[in-house]
Design a protein around this ligand. Sequence first.
Ligand code: COA
Length: 141
Amino acid sequence: MKVAIVENENQLQDAYSVRKKVFVVEQHVPPEIEIDDLENEATHFVVYDENESPVGAGRFRVVEDYGKVERVCILQSFRGHGVGREIMNKIEEFALDQNIHLIKLNAQTHAEPFYLSLGYTTYSDEFFEAGIPHVSMKKEL
Ligand code: COA
């Protein structure tokens, strides 16, 4: 597995292709919500397997004095093998390079244990976003 920071249109489309498979097809998020007007200001990440196929994605934005991680997803058949951890490590490394020492994210509640295992803590009650229950989580880097 290789986590790439998106640098060209092909890589961006690879990231979108994973996001669409996971969020639109699997989780039924409307496509007009999945791809939003913040894509241009975000740094995108894409994970490739050994055949150079995209299998994971996520994005990172600087908001005020912290970094916001969004749209983290791994294709179903690649889950549970540490790929999610790999992309999160790469995003955190990138944040530190930008001198960002606080990460916040809104986690789907089923993914809360995933982020807890990476050192994030929950700081909100449950709320709904795109019809899916979420909690807000953060981590000091
Ligand atoms: N419940 C409990 N623990 C979980 C978990 C779950 N659903 N998913 C992952 N973990 C734990 C793993 O056990 C592992 O911990 P360990 O090192 O102690 O064994 C750690 O989290 C890392 O897991 P990893 O294999 O890297 O996770 P993954 O590649 O399966 O990716 C998601 C996790 C959430 C990104 C992936 O399940 C996914 O894409 N889900 C669908 C999209 C989605 O809902 N994204 C979240 C949006 S907020």
